[in-house]
Design a protein around this ligand. Structure first.
Ligand SMILES: [Zn+2]
Length: 317
């Protein structure tokens, strides 16, 4: 299910942006002198905003409530990509963005996977029947799992890559970008340590999710993710896959089937009902929604940690 914001909503956001820019202490901020950064979707926008601070303006191409995997660009957005100083994106995750960057913004793109080690997608968990029917909105171009931001150490690497590029664009602010990237990296290290400590001693290490978004998190903290559908959240799991998942739940004593906010929870709820286990939210943090506009990457990651700790019977020291 894709939620398309109404036209009025977009116009409202644009107007709000103009008003906000006009309220700055320096009226010239709207003159086009400010460094313009576009981020392809929420976690990248979060990093870019933290590193940019007041020294660059950051916009997110994926509106809140829109499923990031399915992003389609308006002509206006393609125009903004062509004129931005820096576009932070994840090649292979949103093909429309890849195309727009390669055709309109060569040289201004920062593909964050170049700063990271990309893990293989867990093919065992992918629903192959549906993968073959990919209509081009998936992320088949990336040979691997795109959900890099769910490992906090990857976010720190992205922050450094953004700081380096912003420093090239605006050398006089280089120290400010670097010091903000360092501060963010410290917060991410703290988060990483909380995860390591609180997930060290658990009754179970298996968790079941609606789409296979948590491969990096599982890899980092020695958990095992079982995704009902593969890395594309739109693909519905096959009946055979649901039988396999049910067997894992029963064999491992899994207590909870996790679902996510931006995707219809019907399949997760039906399966949980059938087996007699509960459901809870595990947020892949691909975007914010109406329910999470007051949240950010850190608060959502900590809510995910609470949920995993509870579901897996972990004993905090
Ligand atoms: Zn995803």
């Amino acid at each position: 299910m894709k939620i398309t914001p109404p036209r009025a909503g977009l116009a409202g956001l644009a107007a709000a942006g103009l008003i906000f820019a006009g309220c700055g202490s320096d009226g010239d901020a709207t003159s086009g002198d400010a460094v313009q950064v576009l981020a392809a979707f929420y976690p990248l926008a979060f990093v870019a905003e933290q590193v940019a601070g007041p020294d660059a303006s950051v916009s997110n191409l994926t509106q809140p409530g829109v499923e990031a995997h399915d992003l389609e660009l308006t002509g206006q957005q393609v125009g903004r990509i062509a004129s931005a100083d820096l576009i932070v994106y994840l090649e292979g995750f949103q093909p429309a963005v890849d195309t727009a960057v390669s055709q309109n913004a060569d040289g201004a793109g920062l593909n964050v996977t170049e700063a990271l080690t990309v893990l293989d997608a867990d093919e065992e968990d992918a629903d192959d029947d549906h993968a073959d029917e990919d209509d081009g909105h998936g992320h088949g171009d990336l040979e691997g799992d795109p959900h890099v931001w769910l490992d906090p150490t990857n976010m720190a690497a992205i922050a450094q890559a953004v700081a380096d590029r912003l420093a090239e664009i605006s050398p006089e602010q280089a120290e400010a970008f670097q010091s903000r990237a360092d501060a963010l990296a410290q917060q991410l290290t703290d988060l990483d340590q909380e995860y390591s400590i609180r997930l060290a001693d658990c009754e179970r290490r298996v968790f079941v999710t609606s789409h296979a978004a948590f491969g990096y998190l599982a890899h980092r903290y020695d958990l095992e993710m079982v995704g009902m559908s593969g890395i594309d959240p739109e693909a519905e799991p096959s009946p055979a896959r649901l039988v396999e998942v049910q067997r894992v739940v029963q064999d491992e004593g899994v207590t909870t089937i996790f679902y996510e906010r931006l995707v219809n929870p019907a399949v997760a709820e039906a399966l949980a009902n059938d087996i007699g286990v509960q459901t809870a939210v595990l947020d892949p943090i691909e975007g914010l929604s109406d329910e999470t506009t007051d949240e950010d990457y850190f608060s959502l990651m900590r809510a995910n940690l609470d949920a995993l700790e509870e579901a897996n019977g972990c004993n905090s020291p």
